[in-house]
Design a protein around this ligand. Structure first.
Ligand code: 13P
Length: 252
């Protein structure tokens, strides 16, 4: 039985005081939840304070990126040792916004994922097709390319530490959620691919989150699908009431 995982990706939102306010409210509401894994992923500058805020709660903290090199002259980058030194446990890697605006490729996703594992961080590796690719009937080709390219060279043991996130780009921030059937179809495709790449035990143990316009109103149906193991939430994770409601509704 895979434990569900609900993660909030705050993207480039929240000043320090807004982040503290959000965490205060989340702590009161869902700070004791243990039936699902709850993760919040603030921008780098708020990681330390968010870890502090999460002390004595069951909420874990994730970063939104990681550089693959160790310490060095890499202005503007943040390495694995820095993340673990402030208590970060997860890291989002290869989000479509990074693939689209910052030149992220399967190869760099692969390097970042290796660096995360080396430092004991749990990577949340994102894959997903854009609208043109879906309309051209290329969804499965793109997903196969993202999964195989991003996850090449890992052992079964590595894979068990990785969470995958299927985020159709056309459903991100658009209010257009993939139907639960559309999402399930791709999640099943990914699980079958993992079976071919590794083995049945690995494919069945790995968690695959859905992301793209997840709301309190659609999470229950999404996680009722056999291969959807939670959600990576953008916009609705920025308000305590909607994120807490998503966490609660994922347990129904
Ligand atoms: P929205 O929930 O705002 O569509 O964003 C999804 C996402 O990109 C999470 O990583």
């Amino acid at each position: 039985m895979r434990k569900k995982i609900i993660a909030g990706n705050w993207k480039m939102y929240k000043t320090a005081s807004e982040a503290a306010e959000l965490m205060d409210a989340l702590k009161k509401d869902i700070g004791g939840v243990s039936a699902v894994d709850v993760v919040v992923c603030p921008p780098f500058v708020h990681l330390g304070s968010t870890v502090e805020a999460c002390k004595a709660t069951s909420i874990a903290v994730g970063a939104q990126n990681i550089y693959w090199e160790e310490f060095g002259a890499f202005t503007g980058e943040v390495c694995g040792a820095m993340l673990t030194s402030v208590g970060v446990k997860y890291v989002i890697i290869g989000h479509s916004e990074r693939r689209q605006f910052f030149g992220e490729t399967n190869e760099t996703v692969n390097k970042r994922t290796k660096a995360a594992l080396k430092h004991g961080l749990k990577p949340i590796v994102c894959v997903g097709e854009n609208l043109a690719e879906r309309e051209a009937g290329r969804t499965f080709d793109v997903i196969r390319d993202h999964v195989m390219g991003s996850l090449s060279g890992f052992t079964k043991e590595d894979m068990l530490k990785i969470v995958l996130a299927y985020e159709p780009v056309w459903a991100i921030g658009t209010g257009k959620t993939a139907t639960s059937q559309q999402a399930q179809e791709v999640h099943k495709f990914i699980r079958d691919l993992l079976l071919k790449m590794f083995d049945r035990a690995t494919a069945e143990a790995m968690r695959i989150q859905y992301g793209g316009s997840v709301k309190p109103e659609n999470i229950t149906e999404l996680v009722a699908q056999p291969d959807i193991d939670g959600a990576l939430v953008g916009g609705a994770s920025l308000k305590a009431d909607s994120f807490a409601a998503i966490v609660r509704n994922s347990m129904n």
